[in-house]
Design a binder for this molecule. Structure first.
Ligand code: SF4
Length: 436
């Protein structure tokens, strides 16, 4: 056997880059994964699953599946996209930037709407950043400097398991030599989560009242009067939390879907950014979204430089339009505005409302995914591909916008295509069909 070091985990936005993977001498079998959390390790090990699909399959009238060749799958996908007036090309968060780039080109020549998982996650954060900017930093700075750590509406103990040990709570950094002991951790969450259990302060906010509490913190920073209770939190606790934050040398606020997708949405994030800006009057402070899929950040970065917008990009008029609420996937599906659906690197079947999933099942649809998922179950064509970050490398962006090159550690089963190869071939075929 041999050990591959400095392997990057292609699961969550923490993008841990210190994994060690043991593979067989011929590089065909992945045997052990070290340093990863349980979900990260499972992603690697799943590439070795015995029941893994290695050939595309087409759903028949009676719901059964028929194996087809990659060439047939390329033809089906190209014909579907070329003949659509307004295809929806959704996902893009669990693949590399190279594939995202080819996908964008297909979107451009077919007049598609390009949308990624931010649409149901941190899209509201991106809108807020466009509104008022963001005081940002890297996770390296958090590790080395942060002595006040806030987790607002997120639960990294479950969703980003190594985040706390690598960057935010436990590690000893250059100016944070005492590790956990030198940091004060505040968790704001209506639930008593496992992250709340390791916090110094847990503000058990009432569900959906984030904007009020954020606003109250800004009042408390200035020492102005507050009502006795705000968002279910007694004012004494709010003044106390404000003092803890102001007295730090470096404050980092991490936030998740508990704030981005609850009442107030992007306005919550406007206010959270304003809290961070206010804190910079007293100390150094930064704020960071806890991005979920390992390369959702990269998808926003690629589209940002290609189209000027990070998600919900409508190319159907021959130029890039962006209007969340109109050009976002669920709104388009609900209004019946798209006539085919292409999914890559995401599982809307598991995360979209039932009405949207039903719409996908009624439309011509293709899903590119190494796994069998609720989405592959409703799409007409399922194309299994090599695992990015396991069987093929490529660029991915960590949640703090740092690009990291993922590594290939094991061979894909013989004859399997990668996302990028499949998309390249579809692009060539669409150009032929369109006579370009
Ligand atoms: Fe992978 Fe995220 Fe776990 Fe790190 S924390 S090993 S990136 S799943």
């Amino acid at each position: 056997t041999k050990t591959v070091t400095d392997v990057v985990c292609p699961f969550c936005g923490t993008l841990c880059d210190d994994l060690e993977v043991v593979v067989s001498d011929d590089g065909k079998q992945l045997l052990e994964v070290y340093n990863a959390c349980a979900i990260g390790a499972e992603k690697f090990l799943h590439s070795q699953a015995e029941d893994r699909l290695t050939r595309p399959r087409l759903q028949q009238e009676d719901g059964s599946w028929k194996d087809v060749t990659y060439d047939e799958a390329i033809e089906y996908t190209a014909q579907m996209l070329a003949s659509s007036t307004k295809p929806l090309m959704y996902g893009w968060s669990s693949t590399n930037c190279e594939a995202q780039g080819v996908g964008s080109e297909i979107g451009e020549i077919t007049g598609a709407v390009m949308d990624n998982t931010a649409t149901v996650c941190h899209g509201t954060s991106l809108i807020a950043v466009q509104d008022i900017g963001i005081p940002h930093c890297t996770l390296g700075e958090v590790k080395n400097r942060a002595d006040r750590v806030v987790f607002w509406g997120c639960n990294p103990a479950h969703a980003h398991p190594r985040h706390m040990s690598r960057y935010s709570i436990f590690p000893r950094g250059f100016f944070t030599g005492k590790g956990h002991k030198g940091r004060k951790v505040i968790v704001i969450d209506p639930r008593k989560t496992d992250t709340a259990n390791v916090a110094d302060v847990h503000l058990q906010i009432e569900q959906g009242r984030d904007y009020e509490l954020l606003d109250a913190l800004r009042v408390a920073f200035k020492g102005l009067p507050l009502p006795d209770v705000v968002a279910g939190i007694p004012k004494e606790q709010i003044y106390e939390a404000a003092e803890v934050l102001k007295s730090g040398r470096f404050v980092i606020i991490f936030f998740g879907m508990g704030v981005t997708q609850s009442l107030g949405k992007n306005h919550n994030i406007d206010e959270a950014i304003a809290v961070t800006r206010d804190l910079n009057e007293y100390t150094k402070a930064a704020i960071m979204p806890m991005r979920g899929h390992y390369n959702v950040t990269g998808s926003g970065a690629v589209w940002g430089w290609q189209f000027g917008f990070p998600f919900a990009v409508d190319l159907s008029r021959g130029f890039a339009r962006y209007n969340p609420g109109e050009t976002t996937s669920n709104d388009l599906l609900r209004r019946g505005e798209v006539d085919s659906v292409f999914v890559l690197g995401s599982d809307p079947g598991a995360h979209f409302p039932f009405s949207s999933v039903k719409k996908i099942s009624e439309l011509p649809s293709v899903c590119i995914d190494p796994h069998q998922t609720p989405t592959t179950a409703v799409c007409k064509l399922h194309v299994p591909v090599a695992f990015v970050g396991v069987e093929i490398g490529g660029c991915a962006y960590r949640m703090d916008n740092v690009p990291i090159e993922t590594r290939k550690v094991v061979e894909a089963p013989e004859g399997m295509m990668t996302d990028e190869e499949f998309l390249e071939k579809v692009l060539v075929r669409i150009k032929e069909i369109k006579g370009e």
